[in-house]
Design a protein around this ligand. Structure first.
Ligand SMILES: *[C@@H]1O[C@H](CO)[C@@H](O)[C@H](O)[C@H]1NC(C)=O
Ligand SMILES: *[C@@H]1O[C@H](CO)[C@@H](O)[C@H](O)[C@H]1NC(C)=O
Ligand SMILES: *[C@@H]1O[C@H](CO)[C@@H](O)[C@H](O)[C@H]1NC(C)=O
Ligand SMILES: *[C@@H]1O[C@H](CO)[C@@H](O)[C@H](O)[C@H]1NC(C)=O
Ligand SMILES: *[C@@H]1O[C@H](CO)[C@@H](O)[C@H](O)[C@H]1NC(C)=O
Length: 633
């Protein structure tokens, strides 16, 4: 395979390769964007297991888990979430005391353990080893055709792949693998399992992020996404993997023009998304050494730390990591769409002129601009006489929690009162010390997350800067344990930047949500509140036939990155406390669910469920027209 790859190697790295010492597996692939997975893995596995680094990573990871709001919940989760069950302290101890073959294997063990918590907010991210992503040239979808649902290679494969870096597709041409002829093939089984059973397996082992298994299954298939001002198409987790640890995927399938099933070994290709390197040493330097922003800072002297309130985040991680691998924009041409300034919202009016579509691709956006965008869009709908609203939340990974609350409030009107949910954080001993230290130091500092004046009581008055919401703490009994928590409090999102109408903008009976249930965090907050408080009709598309699927996938509220938590600890003057984790020596992140959002958990309303078809899986406009025909009475 190396010989075939020569066509992709540019002159510079090739010369370096010739000059470098023999036997350096990183040198072999230096300077290339696309490499066969086994070559990528050989480079990643060339770094020896290092006990110092294992201890360091486990000190940080274990320290962060003391803050994880759901730790006790995982001992015995309720139905239907039992597949996430794990005794976290025991697993942490086990990984800490295991000798691994390589540093990669150790890092994979920590990643896999956190990933299988299925909480997109709680994940160990070893940036060193998340540098190669595996892509399959034949993403699959689940579609209904002639009344039957089945798994297919994307019917529009050739068109959708045309936007990729040509080096990706030319690799397959060079090794003589014809992926084009597989477009639309019906997939019978994958790696010896019936296709939907294989989807279940990937959902259990690799997808992570969402507690609900049904939601994870939907994530393994390709689906449209609107990440940043443009529609594209995700590969889906069967065809896009976080690590280069598999060389091929074997499918038994029926090509569209054939009546005979055949078995095809489809090669993966790894895309490199890390920093420039020429050999092992420079790979380590570029990707693996802790950076200036890996750990937190003592912010007490910093001016920028004061004043403006920080916006709490609820967002999943790096769906956009491999932005070089975005499939082309599905056609949304026959209605005019307006992309708003924030890049998070796109709107259109369907040909009936009665229905407006608000595609909210993300809540990760400039706060003021997002609010202006919602106003501009809905003003335009009103002027055009639109009376019904479709909110498309497909693959919305979340973002700013206050924007989820804003959208709820703007649609439902000021008269509904507080637009969010009650929240708590964990009052573990170090959290108690941080808050007590802030109060003792007289911090009146909304720019840190522990400062009391960053939050409001349930009666919507701001907490005084001396109010200790962790003392006395509130017991949270669960699974035979009792974990101290803070009192319940509200987010301090109001007043919003723009005036909120007193009344609902549209009759809330005429507002519907469409989604593939891959709606994370701030998005789950928005859809949950709309559903629970206004019984908003929600239509979920896709999934495995017959398998139950929730309309939202996450239970958490605010995520805290390691550098943010470390900043809180350092700013409280507690970095030398025996309970405080050390700095990471490596380039990594250990994020966690810091706050729980308490919903009323009233799920006694039915949710509409529809399969995708070949007309809707990659074409939002067709999906909206279908939704318009089905969801409004
Ligand atoms: C292990 O990692 C530490 C920290 O980077 C380093 O100082 C040490 O030399 C490494 N040990 C070995 C045996 O490579
Ligand atoms: C669905 O029916 C059409 C028309 O009879 C046929 O051409 C097509 O092959 C069928 N699709 C499948 C997956 O059976
Ligand atoms: C919708 O509005 C457009 C522009 O005003 C108009 O051309 C079209 O005929 C209208 N369609 C319907 C179904 O009323
Ligand atoms: C709001 O609640 C807090 C905590 O219970 C209380 O101290 C405060 O007086 C209340 N404020 C108002 C205006 O009711
Ligand atoms: C949930 O909503 C239904 C329908 O409005 C209502 O009858 C029921 O009492 C609610 N349950 C809870 C626990 O609030």
């Amino acid at each position: 395979m190396a010989a075939i790859l020569l066509g992709l190697i540019t002159a510079g790295p090739l010369l370096t390769a010739l000059a470098a010492p023999k036997g350096d597996p990183c040198t072999k692939i230096a300077g290339q964007t696309f490499v066969p997975p086994h070559d990528a893995l050989a480079c990643l596995k060339s770094f020896p297991f290092n006990k110092t680094l294992q201890d360091n990573v486990m000190d940080v990871v274990s320290g962060v888990f003391d803050f994880f709001a759901f730790e006790d919940w995982y001992f015995d989760p309720p139905a239907p979430f039992q597949d996430s069950r794990i005794a976290i302290p025991r697993r942490l101890a086990w990984i800490r005391h295991t000798h691994y073959a390589t540093d990669y294997d150790f890092n994979r063990a920590v990643f896999d353990f956190t990933n299988r918590l299925n909480d997109g907010h709680t994940l160990y991210i070893p940036n060193c080893y998340r540098t190669f992503r595996n892509f399959l040239p034949t993403p699959v979808v689940t579609l209904e055709e002639n009344g039957t649902q089945a798994v297919f290679v994307m019917p529009d494969l050739v068109q959708l792949m045309s936007s990729l870096d040509p080096d990706f597709t030319s690799y397959f041409d060079e090794i003589g693998f014809d992926w084009r002829r597989l477009a639309g093939a019906k997939v019978i089984d994958i790696e010896g399992l019936e296709a939907y059973d294989y989807a279940d397996k990937i959902a259990s082992m690799e997808t992570g992020t969402y507690l609900d298994h049904g939601v994870r299954v939907n994530s393994v298939f390709s689906s449209y996404i609107f990440p940043n001002s443009d529609f594209t198409q995700r590969f889906g987790d069967i065809a896009e993997r976080s690590f280069p640890d598999q060389n091929t995927l074997t499918m038994t399938l029926m090509p569209a023009d054939s009546k005979n099933p055949e078995t095809v070994k489809i090669p993966f290709l790894s895309a490199y998304v890390g920093g420039d390197f020429t050999d092992k040493a420079s790979f380590w330097e570029a990707n693996c050494v802790a950076r200036s922003d890996t750990n937190g800072v003592d912010a007490r002297g910093s001016k920028s730390f004061r004043g403006k309130r920080r916006q709490p985040k609820g967002v999943i991680t790096d769906r956009d990591l491999a932005s070089i691998m975005r499939l082309s924009r599905p056609s949304v041409t026959s209605v005019s769409t307006v992309s708003e300034g924030s890049g998070a919202i796109q709107s259109s009016i369907l040909p009936s002129n009665k229905t407006g579509v608000l595609f909210v691709g993300s809540f990760e956006a400039d706060v003021g601009q997002f609010q202006e965008d919602v106003k501009a869009t809905t003003d335009r709908f009103k002027e055009a006489g639109v009376t019904r609203l479709i909110v498309d939340l497909t693959n919305n990974g979340g973002g700013n929690l206050c924007l989820g609350q804003f959208l709820h409030q703007y649609l439902a009107g000021a008269k509904i009162g507080y637009p969010g949910v009650q929240t708590t954080s964990r009052a573990n001993p170090l959290a108690q010390k941080i808050l007590a230290a802030y109060i003792a130091q007289g911090h009146t500092n909304p720019a840190s997350f522990y400062a009391p004046d960053n939050w409001v009581f349930l009666n919507d008055t701001q907490m005084p800067p001396t109010f200790n919401y962790n003392n006395p703490s509130v017991p949270f009994p669960i699974n035979g344990r009792t974990d101290p928590q803070s009192i319940r409090f509200h987010d301090a999102c109001t007043p919003f930047d723009i005036p909120i109408p007193e009344e609902a903008l549209f009759d809330l009976k005429d507002v519907v949500i469409v989604t593939n249930a891959n709606c994370a965090s701030a998005c789950a907050l928005f859809s949950t509140i709309m559903f629970e408080r206004h019984q908003t009709k929600i239509a979920v598309f896709g999934g495995k036939p017959g398998l139950q699927m929730e309309y939202k996938g996450m239970g958490g509220h605010q995520v805290m990155e390691w550098s943010e938590l470390d900043t809180e600890i350092k700013t409280a003057g507690l970095k030398d406390d025996p309970l405080a984790p050390p700095d990471f020596l490596v380039n990594a992140n250990m994020r966690h669910s810091w706050r729980i959002g308490w919903s009323s958990l009233n799920e006694s309303y039915p949710i509409d469920r529809f399969p995708y078809t070949k007309d809707t899986y990659a074409n939002p406009q067709n999906l909206w027209l279908f939704a318009e025909s089905q969801l409004f009475s």
